[in-house]
Design a protein around this ligand. Structure first.
Ligand SMILES: [Zn+2]
Ligand SMILES: [Zn+2]
Length: 244
């Protein structure tokens, strides 16, 4: 499978650089993980909007979900003008407001999930881990039909159960919202030491640090994780392609 990082900033976008959004493709089939600010616009650098039939949302903080409306209107209008076929499938934690928004927008379908859910979509199987974050939030595991595995932590503080969920991943995209020594746990996030611990304990083959902070020198995040012994690690960048 191929993962394109559409956006990777925490909280709010930079000019021409969205918050969380990841395009996963294999054999002409596509899913998108999270729809942060700018993702609906920027994903079109890589794929037609109407070719995305499956959108998975980790939680409903704005930096992961605010472009849901753009995706839904894209599908509704796309269908009216004969540029889209079938519903856009939106997967997310159960939420009455989100359910109503989706159900009130033609040609969009809501699929609630929880930690026990599993979806088979095209060549992918998607399962979930319940995180520790101020709102209900899930990490996702995407396995393709050859057994290759991508883990996307979304937002969370460190948990051993997440390291178990991510065990042996080919690629771990982990949030790394804070610098070494900062108390990220209090905010439901991870600092660079905790992201390194997750990478180490999971035994992931490759680690990408994402959901990056808008302050400081992000190269220091990388240095912290490398000095903890994680060898194959990179900072996420807008437009980065990871072949798995
Ligand atoms: Zn976030
Ligand atoms: Zn969040």
């Amino acid at each position: 499978m191929k993962c394109t990082i559409v956006g990777m900033w925490g909280g709010f976008p930079k000019k021409d650089a969205p918050t969380s959004g990841y395009l996963i493709e294999k054999d002409g089939f596509a899913i998108v993980l999270d729809a942060g600010s700018g993702v609906a616009a920027h994903v079109q650098s890589y794929i037609e909007l109407n070719e995305v039939d499956h959108l998975f949302l980790s939680h409903y903080h704005y930096d992961h979900s605010v472009d849901l409306g753009a995706f839904m209107f894209g599908r509704m209008i796309g269908t009216y003008i004969d540029q889209a076929e079938g519903a856009l499938n939106i997967y997310g934690p159960e939420d009455a407001d989100i359910r109503k928004q989706v159900e009130d927008t033609q040609f969009n379908t809501f699929h609630p999930y929880d930690k026990n859910s599993s979806f088979n979509v095209g060549p992918f199987t998607v399962t979930f881990h319940k995180n520790t974050h101020p709102v209900e939030t899930y990490a996702m595991k995407i396995i393709d039909d050859t057994g290759k595995t991508l883990i996307y932590t979304a937002d969370t503080s460190y948990q051993d159960s997440l390291a178990e969920f991510a065990e042996g991943a080919d690629v771990l995209i982990t949030e790394c919202s804070h610098y070494e020594g900062e108390d990220a746990e209090r905010l439901g996030h991870m600092n660079a030491e905790e992201a390194a611990m997750l990478a180490e304990k999971s035994g992931a083959k490759k680690t990408i640090l994402s959901h990056l902070p808008h302050y400081g020198n992000t190269e220091e995040l990388l240095q912290t994780v490398q000095s903890a012994g994680v060898e194959d690690v990179k900072l996420a960048e807008t437009g980065m392609v990871i072949n798995i």
